[in-house]
Design a protein around this ligand. Structure first.
Ligand code: ADP
Ligand code: MG
Length: 408
């Protein structure tokens, strides 16, 4: 691997040079466009700041949400530009378009150390096109924004870890056109994942939750051989409980995955651990009536929305002596306070193990949001990953196009 870093770029000299940075600024917004978790913005600052301080003309590109048909006000990066400016301690201009006349005019007007944020890159449908030529055309326009007046090329810094598993114009294609470097966030994330994908100091515990088994199947299979224990909670545990022959009421169930889960339970009986009790509710709602029941006795007409206290205790005991921990996916519907205790209990157990010297990684957008929503400090964990899908694909052993393309 010969991936150059943004520090290499700065050492080469960037004063006055145009640098395109792909960041992951895909933060959650409430209905009034307030940012509810600025984690990804904060994580993007070190790379942008280093380039600003080195005198580069910085053009940042990022996406927000999944706009379907071109520009849509609710997916504008306007609130992100303001917040990025606050965290950076300097003004961040927002272009009115992606690679249109406003972006071009603003890019041309940049002076050393200025920062321009382009509008949501997904307002341009070519960003996510399956057609190489379409993505290539957008990538050329992005590259043009950072070219010097004499036509000499700018540089590209890939720092959007949450999107490096996507073959998209601003992630992959533009890196084929410009001298390209890994940003600080991408470099740090890859270093952490290399540690988890390698041997990892034993005991190695994996905690999986979240909504779907199908999302995490690959990682279960690839980590089952390495991990000493994989504990399973969240919505995905019910498909495993069903595979053991228990009825799960109205809980989340992926019927087409039951056979796969049964096979996994057979193959990795000594590794996979399921909840022993479940907090069930009469409806999917914050004000539902909660009741704790044994995992094998979920009453008809109820749905499991959290793991119970007995499960937390069992999982916490496994985690307490772990030396390597990877956690992806909340243990329950933590967004409803009545069903947040399982996630909180497991998070606290991971934090306690970290305090005793374990190397712990939280991966997954909702898991990271849960840690913050539950009021646990980021420092309680060794690393909180900004990219759920990307970290899962890496741990599954898949090649990440946005990383591979940097390796020249
Ligand atoms: P991450 O983003 O950390 O990878 P996921 O996206 O896989 O996690 O899953 C997060 C979601 O799973 C949360 O919104 C949470 O409410 C939901 N969830 C967890 N447990 C349950 C459950 N028992 N029933 C329904 N949804 C659940
Ligand atoms: Mg998620």
């Amino acid at each position: 691997m010969a991936i150059k870093s943004v520090d290499d770029l700065i050492a080469e000299g960037v004063s006055g040079r145009g640098v395109l940075v792909r960041s992951d600024l895909n933060v959650p917004l409430d209905d009034d466009a307030n940012i509810t978790d600025p984690g990804r913005i904060i994580a993007s600052v070190p790379t942008i700041k280093a380039l600003v301080e080195a005198g580069a003309k910085v053009v940042v590109t990022a996406h927000l949400g999944r706009p379907k048909n071109g520009p849509e006000a609710k997916f504008s990066l306007a609130p992100v530009a303001t917040a990025l400016g606050e965290h950076l301690g300097r003004h961040v201009q927002l272009a009115g378009d992606v690679v249109g006349t406003d972006a071009l005019a603003r890019a041309e007007g940049l002076t050393d150390g200025d920062v321009l944020l382009l509008e949501n890159i997904r307002f341009d449908p070519r960003e996510t096109s399956k057609d190489d030529a379409e993505r290539g055309a957008l990538a050329r326009q992005l590259a043009e924004l950072v070219a010097a007046p004499d036509g000499s090329p700018g540089a590209f810094v890939s720092d959007g870890f949450g999107v490096v598993h996507r073959k998209q114009a601003s992630v992959y294609d533009v890196a084929t056109l410009l001298p390209s470097y890994a940003g600080k966030l991408v470099a740090a994330e890859v270093a952490v994942l290399q540690k988890l994908a390698g041997e990892g100091e034993a005991p190695y515990a994996v905690v999986l939750g979240g909504s779907k088994v199908s999302d995490k199947l690959g990682v279960i299979t690839s980590l089952a051989a390495k991990a000493d224990s994989i504990v399973i909670g969240g919505g995905m545990c019910f498909t495993f409980l069903a595979a053991q022959g228990y009825s799960v009421g109205n809980s989340l169930l992926e019927a087409d995955m039951v056979d796969t889960c049964r096979q996994l339970l057979d193959d990795y009986a000594d590794v996979l651990r399921l909840p022993v009790d479940i907090v069930v509710a009469d409806k999917f709602s914050a004000d539902a009536t909660a009741q704790t029941v044994a995992a094998e006795a979920i009453p008809e007409g109820t749905m499991g929305l959290d793991i119970g206290p007995g499960s937390v205790e069992r999982f916490a005991a496994l985690l307490s002596n772990a030396k390597t921990i990877f956690w992806n996916g909340p243990m329950g519907v933590f967004e409803f306070p009545a069903f947040a205790a399982g996630t909180k209990g497991v998070a606290e157990a991971i934090a306690a193990a970290t305090g005793k010297g374990a190397f712990s990684v939280v991966g997954g957008g909702d898991s990271a949001a849960a840690v913050r929503a539950l009021g646990l400090p980021d420092d309680d964990f060794s690393h909180i990953s900004t990219g759920g899908g990307a970290s899962l694909e890496y741990l599954e052993g898949k090649a990440l196009p946005g990383i591979q393309v940097l390796d020249k």
